[in-house]
Ligand binder design. Structure first.
Ligand code: OTU
Length: 648
């Protein structure tokens, strides 16, 4: 695409826009459109250039951007400008997040507003409210089967309640994260209903086929996401008399982005929520956006082009709004969702660090950090203005998505090691204290994933049952160590509601027909406010966990070395039980993070670290305890399942 041709087209489009658009003062809009148009046009052309209605579709896209810009409230435009100026604002160590279900945590959106003091007490200043858009009654995949993208589900409140929440959060310097489910809709969405009624326009919004010919071709290479509950990737729709692609559950219809109208609708939806005051949008299942027979239909180049396009469009209308990529894929693929320089432009500023999450659980099960060290060392470099969303636990199952080569380097056979981890966390492994559940077991491939709450996986449930003080202590240490790692790693730490008070698995879901086949509900319990009260009673499990995490969060926020400016180095320690991270900010602000993942005390020979200027004296200050940790004959001792944040 030539820049000149691009400019000429922009001028034509501007003349074609609806007259009401011209009447507004669109100064920043035009500047931003000018700056991004070449990319937008090129990407749109790559995807849709061979269509006869290409230009009309371009006009419709630009119109969408303009209309949503006109609607954007003055205070949001102001925040856009401020964030454009301070464009690395989200890399700061000051942000600490939590993901929660507003109903399960606080009843509804109004209730959530009333519960903000709990989050603030812990130090949380970024809230990911799990899906709240209108969904059918009954099974809706935890809100990921959306019926109306423009409306908050009445069960949680109204759009006004959400705006009120956004305003309250803003006043408290807290950020709001919401989901946009870009890959699919509920089969009760208006588009699906109209498709079912035979409207061709809406059948073209989905992957719809008359017979099995193309579906069969697709199936040859497509894996199954939910093999137990939703095997295969197509569902027969009787009313329509056609097959429709349903990669996730059979009631979740995959949107067809080969159709530009779908992309334009989705850009409009993204901007709609941006205009409601949402700071960050979590784009669900982005790896799946583009389907092509013969491919796995994940991580396709076009999926990246679509995300670049969404980002560039957002830059024009709501540049202060960030995207989180939810791409639970292999380590080498995840970083591409930041935007690969090789293609065209940036994609998502933030991406789930599913690799670190899996590696941390590996360290818990093996009681060593061998694979963790390798995996972290080999984490692909990312763009500068991009950051990891680091988490230990979320609402989904745990997939063991570390790299096979790293597993081999650590001395494991990847398949049997994964088998061991599944056995360990589901309690099938003799002596394992973990109480997880197997999720998505696929006899065809041998794959499986893991459900269960963080505390139950870390051994707290079995420890409390046995009443063994030692086992309880081990579980609590494990929980705190895992969180200490995500807090000091570099990136945005995202806690999961319930984990800060050690909530265990919950079996209530088994009584609900809409949930009982999906054991991810075991770790999506109703938040127990009575249990939470115990966080103020010294000596309780809740207080031991909550108190420790609260302190660590406060320390993180005070420690500039924990911001994410690619200032992390993994140091070789010679001890496979330790993970040592050198967080290098200004010379005197650097921090040496050392975690011991073993249940026995470990020692570290600090001689090799002296070349980095560390341990010039025979002690260093541990930020967590405020005490100086002294060497013993050149050796640093680290107690079982614990960590230091050492500074000069
Ligand atoms: C996402 O999940 C959501 O987080 C899940 O809760 C939804 O069920 C799913 O999308 C469908 O909307 O697509 O890119 O391994 O990690 O389904 C990854 C299971 C996803 C999840 C996977 C994930």
């Amino acid at each position: 695409m030539y820049e000149q041709a691009s400019h000429a087209l922009l001028n034509e489009i501007l003349l074609d826009l609806k007259p009401e658009i011209g009447n507004f003062r669109l100064r920043h809009f035009y500047t931003r459109l000018g700056a991004n148009f070449y990319n937008i046009h090129s990407l749109f052309h790559l995807l849709y250039g061979d269509r006869p209605d290409f230009k009309e579709q371009m006009v419709s896209l630009v119109e969408t951007l303009a209309l949503r810009y006109i609607e954007r409230a003055p205070h949001l435009r102001k925040s856009d400008l401020a964030r454009e100026r301070d464009y690395n604002w989200f890399l700061s160590q000051k942000w600490v997040g939590m993901a929660l279900y507003c109903d399960r945590f606080a009843g509804d959106l109004k209730g959530l507003r009333a519960r903000l003091p709990y989050l603030q007490e812990l130090g949380i200043n970024l809230v990911h409210v799990m899906p709240i858009l209108d969904c059918p009654e009954g099974a809706s995949d935890g809100g990921y089967a959306v019926r109306d993208f423009h409306r908050v589900d009445a069960r949680f409140g109204s759009n006004e309640d959400l705006e009120a929440l956004a305003a309250t959060l803003k006043k408290r310097d807290m950020l709001l994260v919401l989901d946009v489910v870009v890959n699919h809709t509920s089969d009760e969405h208006e588009w699906a209903q109209r498709a079912r009624m035979g409207e061709k326009k809406y059948q073209d919004y989905y992957y719809v086929f008359d017979n099995r010919e193309i579906p069969d071709a697709y199936e040859e290479a497509m894996p199954e996401v939910f093999p137990e509950t939703a095997p295969e990737n197509f569902t027969w729709n009787e009313a329509m008399g056609k097959w429709v692609m349903t990669v996730f559950n059979n009631y979740q219809w995959d949107l067809n982005y080969h159709n530009p109208a779908v992309l334009i609708e989705m850009v409009d939806i993204i901007l709609f929520w941006a205009n409601k005051g949402v700071d960050i949008l979590r784009l669900d299942a982005v790896a799946f956006l583009w389907k092509k027979p013969g491919s796995t239909c994940q991580n396709e180049r076009e999926a990246h082009l679509l995300l670049q396009l969404m980002k560039d469009c957002c830059q024009v209308t709501a540049p202060g709004v960030l995207f989180i990529a939810e791409a639970i894929v292999s380590p080498g693929e995840i970083t591409k969702y930041f935007g690969d320089d090789a293609i065209m432009a940036k994609e998502c500023e933030i991406a789930y660090n599913a690799t670190l999450m899996a590696l941390l659980w590996d360290a818990v099960a093996t009681r060593n950090a061998r694979l963790l060290n390798l995996g972290v060392q080999h984490l692909p470099a990312k763009l500068e203005r991009a950051t990891w969303l680091n988490y230990v636990r979320c609402h989904d199952d745990i997939g063991l998505g570390f790299d096979d080569n790293d597993a081999r380097l650590a001395g494991y056979d990847p398949a049997s090691h994964r088998r061991f981890l599944i056995d360990y966390f589901t309690g099938r492994f003799e002596g394992s204290p973990a109480r997880g559940l197997p999720f998505g077991e696929n006899p065809k491939t041998g794959d499986a994933r893991i459900s269960g709450s963080l505390a139950s996986l870390a051994g707290l449930e079995s420890a409390l049952e046995s009443g063994s003080e030692e086992a309880i202590d081990t579980a609590i240490r494990t929980i705190v160590l895992l969180h200490a790692t995500i807090l000091s790693f570099g990136g945005l730490p995202l806690f999961y509601y319930g984990d800060a008070i050690g909530m265990l698995n919950n079996v209530e879901y088994l009584a609900d027909p809409a949930q009982r086949d999906d054991n991810r509900w075991a770790h999506r319990s109703r938040f127990d406010w009575d249990q939470a009260q115990k966080r103020h009673q010294p000596g309780t499990v809740e207080q031991r966990i909550f108190g420790a995490l609260k302190k660590l969060i406060a320390l993180r926020k005070e420690t500039p070395a924990f911001s994410d400016f690619d200032n992390r180095e993994v140091l070789a320690t010679g001890n496979p039980n330790l993970l040592a991270l050198y967080r290098n900010a200004r010379p005197n602000a650097r921090v040496l993070v050392i975690g011991n993942f073993n249940d026995h005390p470990q020692t570290l020979d600090v001689a090799p670290l002296r070349v980095r200027g560390l341990f010039q004296q025979d002690s260093m200050l541990d930020l967590c305890t405020g005490t100086r940790i002294a060497l013993d004959d050149g050796m640093l001792a680290i107690p079982p399942l614990s960590f230091y944040w050492l500074t000069d």
